[in-house]
Design a protein around this ligand. Structure first.
Ligand code: PLP
Length: 408
């Protein structure tokens, strides 16, 4: 008899976005004439930078020609892309990362989800609350948690982000082995300072733990005092892995390209205490289960590092940040406490009421869809997340409607 992985039965239904869709559809059916503005989901709306599209086209043409056709590429990604990443995203920021420490992939979602496979099944995990759900669910699937009750899984150390700690979790009071951090944060939009990140790196070193640092929103960081990479922090090369993505940096959510940085000096341990290279394990995993990103997509990603590509990608970020500023300014003017939106596309708003009630209020009174914070974890209760990914005209319209609904 074929048996299932029963850990899947512990997973909580992917309630958040399906429930948002259900409520939105129901409202739309009852109000067919209402135009609903969606500021919920974190998907980009602007087209790819022109430089990327041109490189993409050129590479597709190469695939049509005997002399330039390419078959399977290197599992870690083409060197032309990894060299550019290493220089522009790390070395130019004082982070000592080389091209052969970079693994190009088709998404930070897959990488943040797959990475846990290379660690022992009794690894003690620390996960933020609220959180991007992939970190938690993939560990549930792998059997690293107990059962679910009162909004929490047994066996997980939750790193609470609350108003009291300004949405930067405190160091855990218990022993943990694998720590997930995400900055700029999804969903709270907060950023971490160098000294706060240094505390995490020191903690990981003292505890022979490893930090999984999700920097998918790094390109939104405008404040030059803030670290863009964990590898700008002393000692991080021994205790951290970083995830990056072209999804939000350059509009690649539908095109798919990302990368993971695993320094060669990063170690994890066998049961007998012997140190092993995490880089070697991840290389083994990727070369067994993954066959690289398509050549034209890697050429399109490479174009992000050209002079025009950089300027065009920066223009996309500036565009969304302008939306974010408007959202935050308007919500604060209405008397709501907000974080995020300055170095991040997300604004985390204390709704002063139940998350879903506030969601319903914005939908019914303003025709605007946001994301209820409770869907990201227990600490998200009472908050909503508004995303800056939309056209400026829509954001202006949405905020005018919210102003009218909430002040009227
Ligand atoms: N990490 C975080 C924190 C995200 O919010 C997202 C997407 O929303 C991802 C990773 C996924 O990125 P990708 O499109 O590269 O899979």
């Amino acid at each position: 008899m074929i048996k299932i992985n029963e850990n899947y039965l512990k997973l909580q239904a992917s309630y958040l976005f399906s429930e948002i869709r259900r409520r939105t559809d129901e409202f739309q059916e009852a109000n067919a004439d209402k135009d609903i503005i969606k500021l919920g989901i974190g998907d980009v709306t602007r087209p790819l930078p022109k430089a990327c599209i041109e490189a993409f086209h050129r590479a597709v043409d190469e695939m049509a020609n005997d002399d330039t056709f390419r078959g399977y590429g290197p599992e870690q990604g083409y060197e032309f892309l990894r060299e550019k990443i290493a220089k522009a995203d790390f070395q130019d920021h004082g982070a000592e990362i080389s091209a052969d420490e970079i693994f190009v992939s088709d998404g930070a979602k897959c990488d943040t989800g797959n990475i846990q496979e290379i660690f022992s099944s009794d690894t003690r995990i620390a996960i933020p609350d609220p959180v991007y759900p992939v970190y938690l669910d993939t560990n549930v699937m792998a059997g690293r948690t107990g059962s679910f009750g009162d909004g929490r899984f047994d066996g997980i150390t939750y790193l609470e982000s609350t108003r009291e700690n300004r949405f930067i979790p405190d160091l855990p009071g218990e022993n943990v082995d694998l720590i997930y951090l995400c900055f700029p944060n999804n969903p709270t939009g907060t950023t971490i300072t160098r000294s706060q990140l240094q505390n995490w790196v020191n903690f990981a070193k003292e505890n022979q733990a490893l930090i999984l640092y999700d920097a998918a929103y790094e390109s939104f960081i405008q404040n030059t005092e803030l670290p863009k990479s964990i590898f700008e922090i002393d000692g991080a090369r021994e205790v951290a892995i970083e995830f990056r993505s072209f999804s939000k940096t350059a509009g690649f959510t539908g095109t798919r390209c990302a990368y993971t940085v695993v320094p060669k000096s990063c170690m994890a341990y066998a049961g007998n205490g012997e140190a092993h290279s995490v880089h070697n394990l991840w290389f083994r995993r990727q070369s067994t289960k993954f066959n690289a990103v398509s050549y034209p997509v890697q050429r399109a990603a490479e174009a992000v590092y050209s002079e025009e590509g950089r300027a065009q990608a920066q223009a996309l970020i500036d565009y969304y940040l302008k939306n974010a500023k408007l959202i935050r300014t308007e919500m604060e003017a209405l008397g709501y406490e907000c974080v995020g939106g300055e170095n991040s596309p997300y604004i985390w708003i204390d709704g002063k009421t139940d998350s879903w009630q506030f969601f319903d209020l914005l939908l019914e009174k303003a025709g605007v869809v946001c994301t209820p914070g409770a869907g990201f974890g227990k600490c998200g209760e009472g908050y909503i997340r508004i995303s800056a990914f939309n056209n400026y005209e829509n954001v202006e319209k949405a905020m005018a409607r919210i102003r009218k609904a909430l002040s009227g």
